[in-house]
Design a protein around this ligand. Structure first.
Ligand SMILES: Nc1ncnc2c1ncn2[C@@H]1O[C@H](COP(=O)(O)OP(=O)(O)O)[C@@H](O)[C@H]1O
Ligand SMILES: [Mg+2]
Length: 234
């Protein structure tokens, strides 16, 4: 296992975010020391994807800040981005390239140079062994998502992984491969922050796992006289 050289640590401090004139969350804080798996929980629309985007620096919070190794990510910029892998919903896979070319280029953009065997192995891990040289445009949505995910298998040296619903679109064997890679990454000192609808067992001690319930930071609904009236007659 490649040990991650410097202690990665993510701290979210009193984050507040408004989108579409709705306050999604306020006072959202958590601390993820090196070697932590953070699961973001909460119903649809509570702001999990939005929080992931804050954590990648793609969006700015309305209040609060995110620290990486004690420094605000907005100040670190490249020094943070170089340590980060983000796999979002929009998978960023280029239709006219083959599966393996896509993984190679995605890795390159993160300064990772991987040998052909490593790229093939990554595609095998996500169940795409038979599609390595297929043009990605010919693949299904689910398969394209797997091409995007394959990059994780060559991203072990990137301390911080931010993954939006990574297990969706994977078959059982690929879910197990990904869960094992995530567990390895956390054991090596990485920080993995993810959302999931499925209960996926990840083989890690309880003290390495943190669940952040985004809905717990939603603003409390202000009860109007009409609400009181309705509650009274309920
Ligand atoms: N591009 C957008 N522009 C404006 N509002 C948005 C946008 N995307 C999401 N939202 C709002 O943010 C809320 C949270 O969305 P999201 O972060 O995707 O939640 P989740 O991932 O928990 O389902 C949505 O209910 C919606 O109101
Ligand atoms: Mg989402």
């Amino acid at each position: 296992m490649t040990q991650i050289s410097q202690a990665a640590c993510i701290k979210a401090q009193a984050l507040e975010l408004e989108r579409g004139e709705r306050l999604l969350f306020t006072g959202l804080s958590f601390e993820a020391p090196a070697g932590t798996l953070v699961r973001l929980a909460g119903a649809n629309g509570t702001g999990k994807t939005s929080l992931l985007r804050l954590l990648t620096g793609l969006m700015q919070p309305d209040a609060g800040e995110i620290l990486y190794k004690g420094e605000p990510i907005g100040k670190l910029k490249e020094d943070y981005y170089k340590d980060l892998v983000y796999i979002g919903h929009m998978n960023g896979v280029k239709d006219d390239l083959s599966a393996i070319e896509n993984v190679r280029i995605a890795a390159r953009m993160g300064n990772i140079v991987a040998a052909r065997e490593a790229l093939e192995e990554a595609l095998e891990k996500v169940g795409l062994a038979d599609f390595i040289d297929h043009t990605t445009g010919e693949l299904s949505q689910g398969q394209r998502r797997r091409v995007a995910l394959a990059r994780l298998f060559v991203s072990r040296e990137k301390p911080v992984w931010v993954l939006d619903e990574p297990f969706t679109a994977l078959d059982a064997a690929s879910v197990a491969n990904l869960a094992a890679t995530v567990a390895d990454h956390v054991r090596a000192g990485g920080v993995v922050i993810y959302t999931t609808h499925q209960e996926v067992p990840v083989d890690l001690p309880a003290d390495a796992c943190l669940t952040v319930d985004v809905s717990a930071f939603a603003p409390k609904k202000v009860r109007t006289p009409v609400d009181f009236e309705e509650e009274f007659h309920a």
